[in-house]
Design a protein around this ligand. Structure first.
Ligand code: SF4
Ligand code: SF4
Ligand code: SF4
Length: 770
């Protein structure tokens, strides 16, 4: 990812956009944080929130006229939040003690004329930036007019507090200044480097400034420049009408302009964040109860009432994707942040790549994009990053190796098969069940094939292989091209017939990478051939769509059509069809992050009490792996032999999945085509006794029976094994690929009892001798 790409990715996620209250406030007071603190009655915390952006806090907090209120999202479901009353409740608590922030010392002198809200704000801001500020006040004391105007709302103590703070910052005051003298502006500019006019307390007639039709100085916000160079003005709340917050904001913007001017920067540069603005934030109101404002007495809110009002705040965020995706939730942030982490990860030259797990754990299911108001596709970001990592040799082998080896198995001689229907020299169709349906229910594959052969004219060929999905998901483009080329070779050898596809993942991969292959979904074909119901379920079933059918309405409908016509009642899950959730296998999540994949499927399994109905073999088996009763839709029409209760069928496990594929091919070759399967490799003859307590360990550690057979075969053939003097157990290792497997075993009868097995990636130097 280049830096420009990062910017584009980041820009699409609007989670960090301001909530409406902040965006609409001229001072950008953080109403959301204020509500959070007030709801918890954390008044010191609430004060800190106000102090961050609200000048003259003890005063403005009491007279804020809440110009943000019309924009508050809460107003769409009830009354908007009474932020101004929460501010008032907050500042009626004592101001928390703060260590004064260090103030720089800038050798420039600035004049502020008038102690209106704008002038006092500008003076405070400029003092905090380190300027020498002199305030020219026509009256005898500062803010006299304001004190009188707001006497019922702002106690003297609040004014004293704020003016004392300005005093401590070094404000020089020239009271009873002759501010209406015609030449004063020239004098001010002779004695100071810049001037801010708080025009709300000045006689407009006395000031020789360019004026608009209403007689007020022409200033454009937020720069607040007048026609006179070095002179800025503000404080009149025009054209919006009088507003204390607007007045203070204009003082703030004028101070910012003076600061820029003093630093030799154009006052108008990069001012787009000053002042109220639109926000692109999205906040869902789905399921939000409409609530009225908590009524306030003449003194405003007491603590309890303020907390109740603050608790009505929606704490506006987007996070639509995080709400539905346990993977996004698991890493503790949201896509904008993840894009940065991923970018930083790939930019690391030396040191640990902390985000590898993040990149490799996404199931690439696309649900985030489906719910995101901005169509942020985390799956595209993760997949492109994986491809880049593989291309640069930066992909850790442990991330996906197990699944890639399984893919190689499906493309190898033990499973790969491509044949015309027995007795036919050509195929009108080719049944392609994928690799995971044969791994899960080999007998069912055979039954479906026989049904298709009996129902469709012109010969139905059969092809067993892997579509290359693991390579696609793992970002292994070269490996994917190789798998697809092998697949295509077999397909073309059969005359390139149209496919009948049973696996939704294969459908998805072929649509993306082999668009020239004509394909039909098995369920569309079964709708025509009329498969009879063989095993009606006991009750209604909850429908689980595989994530690879998210945008395939026809596939979703085809299964529902056949199952519904057979009289099965279906319950639709809340997140179904285009909003369906992944089972945790897609994108190789279960290989890269098994605990997360388990959390994902456990959460999915808990969404209905009913038995689930899936039409992807992996989805069904993963549901079964967490104890959920689940059927593959084919179980209703082609029930697995010897299963009284197919919904209770366990997940076969990794080793059995391989065994099932190899046996399916051997059985079909023998029974349908009268051919012998290729001889098994010698190590496959090793007989194993796996005690029940060891079997789950092998499954969890992803150690296959065949891996153990290889270790023992090599150890016995070479004599490379250690013997424990007390237990008499042998310990041997073998490295068939990047992982090293260790097995603890003892000979027993014609086979070997396995006591333990584990795998790692360290290189073991030297050889053990008996
Ligand atoms: S849904 Fe997610 S990715 Fe999309 S804008 Fe919201 S937080 Fe960002
Ligand atoms: S609901 Fe809360 S966070 Fe949202 S705009 Fe209103 S005050 Fe701000
Ligand atoms: S693609 Fe799926 S797993 Fe990945 S972030 Fe999006 S919703 Fe989550």
């Amino acid at each position: 990812m280049e830096q420009l790409d990062l910017r584009q990715w980041e820009a699409r996620c609007i989670e960090e956009k301001q909530p409406w209250c902040i965006a609409a406030c001229p001072l950008h007071v953080d109403g959301r944080a204020l509500c959070a603190k007030a709801a918890a009655q954390d008044w010191a915390g609430a004060w800190q929130v106000l102090l961050r952006t609200m000048p003259l806090t003890a005063v403005l907090g009491r007279i804020c006229d809440a110009p943000c209120r019309d924009q508050c999202k809460r107003g769409e479901v009830g009354d908007p939040i009474a932020i101004h009353l929460l501010e008032r409740a907050c500042v009626s608590h004592p101001r928390p003690r703060r260590k004064p922030a260090p103030v720089p010392n800038k050798p420039k002198s600035l004049a502020v004329v008038g102690s209106g809200l704008a002038g006092l704000t500008a003076a405070g801001d400029l003092l905090r930036k380190g300027y020498q500020v002199t305030l020219y006040e026509p009256g005898a004391a500062l803010a006299q007019g304001l004190r009188e105007h707001y006497a019922g709302q702002v106690p003297d103590q609040a004014w004293d507090e704020e003016l004392e703070l300005l005093n401590k910052l070094g404000l020089k005051v020239k009271a009873e200044a002759p501010v209406d003298d015609p030449g004063i502006l020239d004098d001010l500019l002779d004695n100071h480097d810049g001037v801010f006019l708080s025009v709300d307390v000045l006689d407009p007639e006395a000031w020789p400034l360019e004026r608009g039709e209403d007689g007020r100085p022409v200033t454009a916000r937020p720069v607040q420049a007048t026609a006179r160079e070095g002179v800025f003005a503000g404080g009149l709340a025009w054209p919006e009408g009088f507003s204390p917050v607007w007045a203070a904001a204009q003082g703030r913007w004028g101070a910012a302009s003076l600061d820029r001017l003093m630093q030799g920067v154009a006052p108008g540069m990069s001012r787009e964040n000053d002042g109220p603005q639109e926000t692109r934030l999205f906040t869902s109101l789905e399921g939000v109860e409409s609530l009225p404002m908590v009524p306030a007495g003449p003194e405003g809110y007491g603590d309890e009432a303020a907390a109740t009002e603050a608790a009505r705040c929606l704490q506006c965020h987007c996070l639509e994707c995080v709400k539905v995706c346990p993977y996004l939730e698991n890493f503790g942030a949201y896509p904008k942040k993840y894009a940065r982490e991923i970018y930083n990860n790939q930019s690391i030259v030396m040191g640990a790549r902390q985000a590898n797990k993040l990149i490799n754990s996404c199931s690439l299911c696309g649900l985030c994009e489906a719910v995101c108001p901005e169509d942020f596709a985390m799956q595209d970001l993760c997949l492109a990053t994986r491809q880049g990592m593989v291309a640069k040799g930066k992909m850790p082998p442990s991330a996906h190796e197990f699944a890639l080896l399984d893919m190689r198995f499906s493309l190898g001689q033990e499973f790969r098969l491509a044949k015309h229907q027995p007795g036919h020299a050509a195929s009108a169709y080719l049944f392609y069940p994928g690799c995971q349906l044969p791994a899960s229910a080999p007998g069912q594959v055979r039954a479906v094939y026989e049904h298709l052969c009996a129902s469709l004219p012109g010969g139905v060929g059969l092809m067993l292989a892997c579509c290359g999905a693991p390579a696609y998901w793992g970002g292994q483009e070269a490996m994917l091209a190789e798998a697809l080329a092998a697949w295509k070779e077999d397909w073309q050898a059969l005359g390139s017939p149209p496919l009948i596809m049973a696996c939704p993942s294969c459908v998805d991969v072929f649509r993306r990478h082999l668009p020239e292959v004509e394909q039909r979904f098995l369920w569309e074909v079964l709708a025509e051939t009329g498969a009879p119901m063989q095993a009606p379920p006991a009750g209604a079933l909850a429908m689980h769509d595989p994530c690879t059918t998210r945008h395939d309405k026809a596939a979703q409908q085809a299964v529902r059509g056949v199952v519904g016509k057979a009289g099965v009642e279906l319950e639709e899950l809340k997140l179904g069809r285009e909003l369906t959730e992944c089972c945790g296998y897609g994108g190789l999540m279960s290989t890269a992050n098994p605990p997360l994949a388990r959390e994902v499927i456990t959460r999915r399994a808990g969404q209905s009490e009913r038995d689930y109905l899936a039409y992807c073999a992996v989805c069904r088996d993963r549901l079964a792996s967490v104890g959920k009763r689940a059927l593959h839709a084919l179980d209703l029409f082609f029930p697995p032999q010897g299963e009284d209760d197919p919904a209770a069928r366990p997940n076969p496990g990794w080793s059995q999945r391989r065994e099932n594929r190899a046996r399916l091919k051997a059985g079909l070759l023998r029974d349908l085509w009268g051919e012998e399967a290729p001889a098994m490799e010698a190590h496959r003859q090793v007989k194993l006794i796996i005690p029940p307590e060891v079997a789950p360990l092998l499954e969890e550690r992803r150690i296959l029976i065949e891996d153990i057979q290889k270790v023992i075969f090599e150890a016995e053939a070479q004599g490379d094994k250690l013997c424990h003097p007390e237990s008499g157990h042998f310990l041997a290792s073998y490295q068939p690929y990047k992982a090293v497997f260790w097995v603890e075993y003892t000979p027993e009868g014609e086979g070997y009892r396995v006591h333990n097995a584990y795998a790692h990636r360290m290189q073991v130097k030297g050889r053990a001798r008996p």
